[in-house]
Each structure stands twice: as structure tokens, then as C-alpha cells.
Ligand binder design. Structure first.
Ligand code: ACM
Length: 628
């Protein structure tokens, strides 16, 4: 801030509570996340009453009608308002011209008509639900309007790592419900890693008998005590094949395809603990990692492993193993892609192994990166033989792999452009663009422990994968975008929810909404408060927004005027100027306020937002500096 500013007026972008309702009336588009492609508003209202009938002429819409009726009966207290007969109709007649997953939602005073094919009908219903009030109401009314909506990207994903911490079938179903409400349609299930193998493979029972459990530990991931000799591995879990089928069925009912990830040849410590012959070292003392240290990381992002977590790519037994695993995985998962990981594969054990070196010489393989290519190509053949396609993280291309594979890009622009120019299909999930939800949501040291990085909600919202320099042909290879939740530091459902919300809402808009309809101000000021209110009422955890984008700033001047807006309906703002952490016993912000700071002094204004259910934001610190 320039020191010449003597009067600082901060007009906050976030809305006052009473303004919220007004804004919703005047711009209904902003109540739906993700923002629909087009809305035309009309005069009049549709009023739900005891004569309202919900119908469909379409078999595929019957489960959708059931879900909608169940929703409505929990929300509506209507029944006493006698009125004319009106209807809510789900139909696929007239849907032929709609893009995949698109829908029309037409509300007149006589009828609500949702037109779409199967997924479109489901999404039309989700939009209709979002237009209804959060609270059960005596009389439900909706303003008349026509919505035409369809997605920007076909792949709208969320990845969950269930290896570092295990989440139950019920918890995953809840996540799938949330995803589907926000029109996300790919659940990427990171099922295996160094800290646990989570999927039953019937022909390899030790993968779960041994690989799904680790010694119990509390503490910070990466710094846990290593397993002691003879110590029992009691912490973990896995999904039986019946449970996997149930998750896939439940997801499909909600228009979500499930993509499994089996991370190889690196990140395989749990598999090696079960079957030590799979690694070069064949070290039988290797255990499933409880989050203890097993690598040194250097500033150039290179790393050195001192516990072997890498499959031996030169052994036929490895491919026998992979064939068994991927045969069962392909039989379970109908989705066209199988993710093979391929990230962070440490090559040191390969480099030091005489057998591997002899193999490379014999096969004329010049480097260990090319050796990973050899591995990936062989796995690609296995996957293709099961009528599935291979997708992997960026690193599978490091050796110059020539296969036509798909890439899940986590490093962003530079690699993405190269991959797209090669005509590879890619999903964009760059951590530094806000799509790694294990990263910090602000720079405040009050954020719960996280994986570092900086992924505030506005980054996830602002991300546009259609980089400059890409032509229309290149863009056709962008499958879509994905958020990623790595769970090293996420041991509970409450923490998971905190890390997901509100970033998942931003992801939904980045994935679905047309770029020309994206508008962060409207999203943060009008739409988000409504959806946070819904989470708050439903008892979910989420990050309570702060009234400023940055949580630590310095302003210089003498008089400091603040006109703050409450970032969610019903929330309250409290502050201190005495260096103490603010809480609900401190000054309550009740309207524009001016602080006069004596000449030569500084004060720190500390602000907290407390939600209606009592959830607290991190504290914003604004140094008010009149010292020079
Ligand atoms: C990754 O972030 N290691 C895929």
C-alpha cells in the first residue's frame, strides 16, 4: 500500500444478509451452481399445491422422479393450499437436439417441464432443487423462467485418495451425492498407494490381508514412527468386490462413472509388503507405510527413496501380477479408462540392480525413464486386451513414451500444451491452479495442517484449461478437469469436508459453466453464501469464508473506514484491536466503522466470521499503520 493514502475506504464485495434475498430475486442465474448456460426470466410464478402432480412419460426418468418426490416431501409443507391443478413433468420428447447431458427447464405458472435425455433429466432436477428454498416452506413458489443448460466439459471429476486414509462406503456415497448435485460426473478412486491397498483382488488375497493394514499411528504424516519389528498392523480397511460394485451402481444412478487408479510402478509399497518378490530388492522387511519417512526430497523436486516402493519392470512375474489385478479391475469397472498412476516412480533401485541393468542392455533400453516406458507399454497392452484405455499422470511421458495414452495433467500449462499438440486426450488437474484440494485454502497459519501449496477457492474458480496458443483441434483433446484430494493430512470426514468445500463448488463451475458465464464476484457474493448456508444447516463442515481475499495485509493511513459484507447468510463478524484472537465475546461488526490510529502508531485489526451454526473462519489480520 502506498504510504500517501490517508483515508482508506474498503468497500467489501461480500453481501449483506438482506441484500442476498434481493439479489436472488433479481438474478436467478446466480442461485444455481454451476451457473447454467442460459436463463430467460418471465413474469409470473409456479406455486406448488396439493394438486401438483409429478409425472414422466419416460422409463429412464422414473428413478429421477422418485428422488425428486422424496426431496420435495421433506421440504414442502404444502397441502393446505387448494388451487388449480398444475404439474411437474420430466420428458425426453424434444431432447434430441440437446447436447449430451444438457437439459431444458421451463417454468410457467401452469407447469414445470424438464426436457432431457437420462443425464439431462437428472441435471434438470438438480437445478430445480437448487432453485427451491433451503428451508421447508409453507408455500413453495418459483418464478417463471426458461433455462437451457449443457456442460462445457465431458469429464468433470473429483479424485479421492483412500490409501493414505480410508473412507467407508457410506462416506463415499455421501461424496457421490454431493458431486452429483453439482453436476460432477467422474469419481476417480485412488485405490492403492504406499500406505494401503484398498481393493479386494480375489486371485491375490494378500494384497488386502497384508496390504490394507498398517501399524496405528497418530501424528504428522511423513513423520510417524516406522513400524516396530513384530508390531501388529491394525489400522486400515479395504473395499470388497461387492462393495466396489455397490459404489459403481450408486454412482451410475447419479450419472457418475467411477475410474479406478492402481498406482504403479512407484507408490507400490503396500503391494510389495504383501508380495515382496514384485520389487528388485525383494526386501521381506518392507511393511505398509504408516506415514513414516521413506524418502528425502531436494529443492529441485528430485527425491531419493530409502525404502523400495517400486515394482521390478524387468520381471515377468510383475506382468503376471498386473494381468491378474487389471483383469479383476476391468471386470468390476465399466468405465472406459483405467488410471495406472505412474507418478513419482523412483529409479534408484533399478539403477543399482545388476539384473535390471543387464535387462536394459539386452533390450537396448538407454535410461531408466525409458524402462518406465517399457513398463507402461506392456501395461497398456494388458489394459487394451481388457477393452479399456490407459490414463496416467504426466510422468508416464518422461521417457518419451510413444503409445496413444491419456494423461491426467497435474503440472499445468507447459506440459498440457505439449500433450495436446501430440493429440493426447488429457484431463487437467493442476495443483497450482487451485485443483489440489489438499493444498492450503489461504496463507493463514490458522488453516488446518495441509500439504502446503496455495489453492484458494478463487484459483479453482478462475482456472481456464483452454490455454492461449491452443487451436480448436488441440482443444478437442481436453477431456475436462478434475479436483484432487490427497489424504495424507485428512484423517476424518470432517477434515475432508473442510478441504472440499467450498472449492468443489468452484470446480463445478470451472468444469460445467461456459467460460463467458463465469463471474467470480457473483459467485462469491450471491451464490456461494446460499450454498454455504445449506451446508451449515445440514451439519457439514466447510471453510467459512473470510471477508477479504487475503488474510494478512497492511494498510497505511490515519483513518480506516470499513464497510464489510457478511460472506454468508446469518453469519456474524467480530473483531478486536487489542491483539487478541476475536470471538463472539468481542466487538460485533454492525455496520460501517472508522478506526482512527494515533500518529506514530499501528494497530492490528483482527476479524473473525462465525456462521449460524457456530463454525469459525480463520482470523484476518489487517495492520492499520500510521507510524510514518
Ligand atoms: C501426484 O500428485 N503425485 C499425482
Amino acid at each position: 500500500m502506498r504510504s500517501t493514502i490517508k483515508r482508506v475506504c474498503i468497500s467489501m464485495s461480500l453481501l449483506l444478509v438482506f441484500a442476498l434475498a434481493k439479489a436472488q430475486d433479481s438474478d436467478i442465474r446466480t442461485t444455481i451452481i454451476p451457473a447454467p448456460a442460459k436463463i430467460e426470466k418471465h413474469e409470473g410464478q409456479f406455486v406448488f399445491n396439493d394438486q401438483t402432480i409429478i409425472t414422466t412419460d419416460d422409463m429412464v426418468a422414473q428413478p429421477i422422479v422418485r428422488i425428486f418426490k422424496a426431496y420435495l416431501s421433506a421440504r414442502s409443507k404444502s397441502g393446505r393450499v387448494q388451487s388449480k391443478r398444475n404439474s411437474i413433468r420430466f420428458t425426453s420428447k424434444g431432447a434430441d437436439d440437446l447436447p449430451d447431458e444438457g437439459y431444458k427447464l421451463n417454468i410457467t405458472s401452469e407447469a414445470i417441464v424438464i426436457t432431457g435425455k437420462k443425464a439431462g433429466l437428472f441435471y434438470g432436477m438438480q437445478s430445480l432443487i437448487q432453485l427451491l428454498p433451503i428451508e421447508a416452506a409453507e408455500i413453495l413458489r418459483l418464478p417463471c423462467m426458461n433455462i437451457t443448460d449443457y456442460p462445457r466439459f465431458a469429464y468433470r471429476g473429483l479424485m479421492l485418495d483412500v490409501s493414505r486414509h480410508f473412507f467407508s462406503v457410506a462416506q463415499i456415497k455421501e461424496l457421490l451425492d454431493m458431486m452429483s448435485q453439482y453436476k460432477l460426473n467422474r469419481f476417480h478412486w485412488h485405490l492403492t498407494d504406499d500406505q494401503g491397498w484398498r481393493i479386494e483382488i480375489k486371485s491375490l488375497p494378500k494384497l488386502t490381508q497384508v496390504g490394507a493394514f498398517r501399524v496405528p499411528r497418530n501424528g504428522d504424516f511423513g513423520a510417524m514412527e516406522a513400524p516396530r519389528p513384530g508390531e501388529k498392523a491394525t489400522d486400515g480397511g479395504f473395499y470388497t468386490q461387492d462393495e466396489v460394485r455397490e459404489i459403481i451402481r450408486y454412482a451410475a444412478e447419479r450419472n457418475i462413472q467411477v475410474m479406478p487408479e492402481i498406482d504403479v510402478p512407484g507408490h507400490s509399497m503396500a503391494a510389495i509388503a504383501a508380495y515382496p518378490h514384485l520389487s528388485c530388492t525383494q526386501d521381506t522387511s518392507i511393511k505398509v507405510s504408516p506415514g513414516s519417512s521413506f524418502a528425502k526430497w531436494f529443492p529441485d523436486k528430485k527425491f531419493e527413496m530409502y525404502i523400495d516402493n517400486t515394482l521390478n519392470p524387468t520381471s515377468e512375474e510383475t506382468y503376471v501380477f498386473l494381468d491378474k489385478v487389471f483383469t479383476e479391475v476391468a471386470a468390476l469397472f465399466p468405465y472406459e479408462y483405467i488410471h495406472i498412476g505412474g507418478d513419482e516412480c523412483y529409479k534408484g533401485f533399478w539403477e543399482r540392480d545388476a539384473g535390471v541393468q543387464a535387462f536394459m542392455k539386452k533390450m537396448n533400453i538407454g535410461s531408466t525413464h525409458e524402462l518406465q516406458d517399457y513398463f507402461t507399454s506392456r501395461l497398456n497392452k494388458i489394459i487394451r486386451s481388457k477393452n479399456r484405455k490407459l490414463i496416467g499422470w504426466d510422468e508416464i511421458l518422461d521417457g518419451g513414451l510413444n503409445d496413444q495414452v491419456a494423461i491426467m495433467n497435474r503440472f499445468g500449462e507447459k506440459g498440457a500444451i505439449t500433450q495436446l499438440k501430440r493429440k493426447l486426450n488429457i484431463v487437467l488437474a493442476p495443483g497450482n491452479n487451485g485443483l489440489y484440494f489438499d493444498y492450503a485454502q489461504s496463507r493463514s497459519d490458522m488453516e488446518p495442517i495441509n500439504h502446503g501449496g496455495f489453492s484458494p477457492v478463487w484459483k479453482a474458480y478462475g482456472y481456464n484449461p483452454e490455454y492461449e496458443g491452443l487451436n480448436e483441434e488441440d482443444k478437442k483433446h481436453i477431456m475436462g478437469v478434475s479436483g484432487c484430494i490427497w489424504t495424507e493430512n485428512i484423517p476424518s470426514i470432517s477434515k475432508l469436508q473442510y478441504m472440499i468445500f467450498p472449492r468443489m463448488f468452484a470446480l463445478a463451475e470451472t468444469a460445467w459453466s461456459q467460460e463467458y458465464n463465469k463471474d467470480y464476484k457473483g459467485f462469491a457474493e450471491v451464490t456461494l453464501p446460499k450454498h454455504l448456508e445449506k451446508l451449515d444447516k445440514a451439519g457439514y463442515n466447510y471453510r467459512v469464508p473470510t471477508p477479504f481475499v487475503y488474510t494478512d495485509t497492511t494498510l497505511t493511513g490515519k483513518h480506516f473506514h470499513f464497510d464489510l459484507k457478511v460472506p454468508m447468510a446469518g453469519a456474524k463478524i467480530y473483531y478486536t484491536l487489542n491483539n487478541r484472537l476475536p470471538g463472539d465475546a468481542d466487538h460485533e461488526y454492525q455496520g460501517p466503522v472508522t478506526f482512527d490510529i494515533p500518529e506514530g502508531k499501528k494497530r492490528i485489526l483482527k476479524i473473525i466470521v462465525i456462521s449460524p451454526s457456530g463454525r469459525r473462519s480463520v482470523v484476518t489480520n489487517i495492520t492499520l499503520d500510521n507510524s510514518n
